[in-house]
Design a protein around this ligand. Structure first.
Ligand SMILES: C[S@@+](CC[C@H](N)C(=O)[O-])C[C@H]1O[C@@H](n2cnc3c(N)ncnc32)[C@H](O)[C@@H]1O
Length: 476
C-alpha cells in the first residue's frame, strides 16, 4: 500500500518578506523558508502548504488579511493562472529593487565580489508589449480555471491555443489577451483560433500524437515587420493553405509567412525545414548604433535567436560598449556570440572581432549579418567553447585585448575560465543572465581580475529574470 501524504499545515497571518526565485515570493515562519506564488512582499496572508521539506516549503495564499503598499493592479487577464509575468502585481520600482538585490546578494554571498562599483539597475522603458517573439501551443487539453469549472461553462471543443501551464506539459491555457507583444499579435492568434474552430482544424494531442495544428510563432521587429510561423503535424496543404490565405488577407502587416511540418514527438523545430508561403524568408531588425556609430541591420530567420526585448538589447549592448572601452587597434573576442549581435555592435570600435558560438546556424547568421552591415574585420567560428578557445586558436586569431563573454545560464566551463586566466586580456566584460553562476565564475577569475563597474539590466519586466554586466580589469 502506498504511503499517504500527511496533511500539511495552514500558516496563518504570515507577512510575505521578499521576492524569491522562479517568480515566487518568500515568507519565513519559525526558520522555515516558504515559497508562495502570486503574492507581494508586505502582503499578510494565510498560506496553505502543499509541499514541505526540511528547510523549505511551498504553499499558496488562501486568504489575504492585508495588502502590501507595493501592490499594483495586474494588467493581464490571465494573471494568477498563466505561468509568465508572476511579478505583475508588484510595482515596477519594487521589481527593480528586488532584481538589484538579487544580483548584489549573489555576487557578494556566492562570489565574494566587492560590489562597490554597482550601478542602479537599468529598467525597461516599456514594461508591457516589450517582447518581439511569442510561441503559442495548440492542445486538445485546455486548462480550466476554478471559476470556469464552477461556472459550468462547457470545455472548448477544440482545446486551447496559448501557453503551457507550468509543470503540466499537455495542459494549455487559452489566451484571450497577452500583454507582452504589440498588436496585431493578439488579433492574429485569435483569428487563427476562430478560423480553426470554424473550419474544423483539430489541435494536436501530445499524448496520442494526433491532431493537426501544433504551434504558432509570432515575431516582429521595431521596423514594423512581422513573421508568422504555423507549425502543423501533417503535410496536409489542403487544410493548411486556406488558413494561411486567411492570414495573408486579414493581416497585411505580415511580411514573412512560413510553415513547418513537424511529425516528431516533440515541439522543437530547429532540425526541420521551414517553408516560406508568402513574403520574405526572414525579417530584418534595425538597431541604433553605439554613440554615433551607424545603425545595424540584423537578418532574423525563423530559427535565429534574437534578444526578445529589442529596446533593452540596445541598452544592454551600449553598456557593454561603454564598459569595454575599446581602442581602435584592439582585437576583441565575443564568446557565446549567438548571431553575432554584440560582436557587430562593437565591430567599428576596434581593429578585429572574433566571435565563437556552438550553434552552426547562428554562426551562419552572424556571417550574413556581418556582410549585410559591410564589416570586413570580423571572423566567426562554430564549436563548443571549451574545445575551440585554445592556445592554438588564439595564436591563429590573435591575442584578444578585450573579451566579452555572454554564456548561457550555466555560466562558463572551467576550461574556458582557465583559458581566459592564461590569455589574460586587458579587460573582460562578463554579461550574464544568471547572477549565481556569474558569481562563481567571477570568484575563479579573481585570481587575476578585479571587478570594477557592475551594471544590472532588466530585460524581462514582471519576471524574476535579470541580466547583469560586470567589468573585469586585469590586475597589474
Ligand atoms: C546568452 S546567449 C548569448 C547570445 C548573444 N550574446 C546575444 O546577445 O544575442 C548564449 C549563447 O551561448 C551559446 N552556447 C551555449 N553553450 C555553448 C558552448 N558550450 N559553446 C559555445 N556556445 C555556447 C548559445 O547557443 C547561445 O547562443
Amino acid at each position: 500500500m502506498g504511503r499517504r501524504n500527511k496533511e500539511l499545515p495552514l500558516l496563518e497571518q504570515v507577512t510575505v518578506a521578499d521576492a524569491g526565485a522562479e517568480g515566487m515570493a518568500v515568507a519565513r515562519v519559525d526558520g522555515l523558508v516558504v515559497f508562495v506564488p502570486f503574492v507581494v512582499p508586505g502582503d499578510v496572508v494565510d498560506i496553505q502548504l502543499y509541499k514541505k521539506k526540511k528547510h523549505y516549503a511551498e504553499g499558496r495564499a488562501v486568504k489575504f488579511h492585508s495588502l502590501s503598499d507595493l501592490r499594483v493592479e495586474a494588467r493581464c487577464p490571465h494573471f494568477g493562472v498563466c505561468g509568465g509575468c508572476k511579478w505583475q502585481t508588484m510595482s515596477y520600482p519594487a521589481q527593480l529593487e528586488a532584481k538589484q538585490r538579487q544580483v548584489r546578494d549573489n555576487l557578494e554571498r556566492l562570489g565574494n565580489v566587492d560590489c562597490s562599483g554597482m550601478r542602479p539597475i537599468c529598467g525597461s522603458e516599456n514594461i508591457y508589449y516589450y517582447r518581439n517573439k511569442l510561441e503559442f501551443t495548440f492542445s486538445t487539453k485546455a486548462w480550466r480555471t476554478a471559476e470556469e469549472i464552477a461556472s459550468g461553462a462547457p470545455l472548448p471543443a477544440h482545446g486551447a491555443l496559448g501557453f503551457h501551464i507550468p509543470q503540466l506539459f499537455d495542459k494549455v491555457l487559452n489566451i484571450e489577451h497577452c500583454a507582452l507583444q504589440a498588436d496585431p499579435s493578439n488579433d492574429l492568434r485569435l483569428a487563427v483560433r476562430q478560423y480553426a474552430e470554424e473550419h474544423d482544424l483539430d489541435y494536436y494531442d501530445i499524448r496520442n500524437h494526433t491532431g493537426f495544428l501544433r504551434n504558432l510563432v509570432v515575431r516582429n521587429t521595431s521596423t514594423g515587420q512581422w513573421m508568422v510561423i504555423v507549425i502543423v503535424a501533417q503535410d496536409d496543404t489542403a487544410r493548411l493553405f486556406p488558413l494561411l490565405d486567411m492570414l495573408v488577407e486579414r493581416f497585411p502587416q505580415i511580411t514573412s509567412l512560413q510553415y513547418i511540418v513537424n511529425t516528431k514527438f516533440n515541439d522543437s523545430y530547429g532540425d526541420l525545414d521551414v517553408v516560406t508561403y508568402r513574403g520574405s524568408d526572414h525579417i530584418e531588425e534595425c538597431m541604433e548604433g553605439y554613440q554615433g556609430s551607424r545603425n545595424l541591420h540584423f537578418i532574423i530567420n525563423p530559427k535565429s535567436f534574437y534578444q526578445t526585448n529589442s529596446a533593452q538589447a540596445q541598452r544592454l549592448y551600449s553598456f557593454v560598449a561603454e564598459l569595454a572601452e575599446l581602442q581602435p587597434g584592439d582585437t576583441l573576442y565575443d564568446l557565446y556570440t549567438g548571431t553575432g549581435t554584440i560582436a557587430l555592435f562593437l565591430a567599428d570600435k576596434c581593429r578585429r572581432v572574433v566571435g565563437i558560438e556552438y550553434v552552426e546556424e547562428a554562426i551562419a547568421d552572424a556571417k550574413a549579418n556581418a556582410l549585410r552591415n559591410g564589416f570586413d574585420n570580423t571572423a566567426f567560428y562554430a564549436g563548443d567553447m571549451a574545445q575551440v578557445l585554445t592556445e592554438e586558436f588564439i595564436a591563429a586569431n590573435g591575442r584578444p585585448d578585450v573579451v566579452v563573454t555572454d554564456p548561457p545560464r550555466a555560466g562558463m566551463h572551467e576550461k574556458v575560465v582557465a583559458q581566459l586566466l592564461a590569455t589574460a586580456p586587458r579587460k573582460i566584460v562578463y554579461v550574464s543572465c544568471n547572477p549565481a553562476t556569474q558569481a562563481r565564475d567571477l570568484q575563479l577569475l579573481a585570481e587575476r581580475y578585479e571587478v570594477k563597474r557592475i551594471q544590472p539590466v532588466d530585460m524581462f519586466p514582471h519576471t524574476q529574470h535579470v541580466e547583469n554586466i560586470a567589468e573585469l580589469v586585469l590586475k597589474s
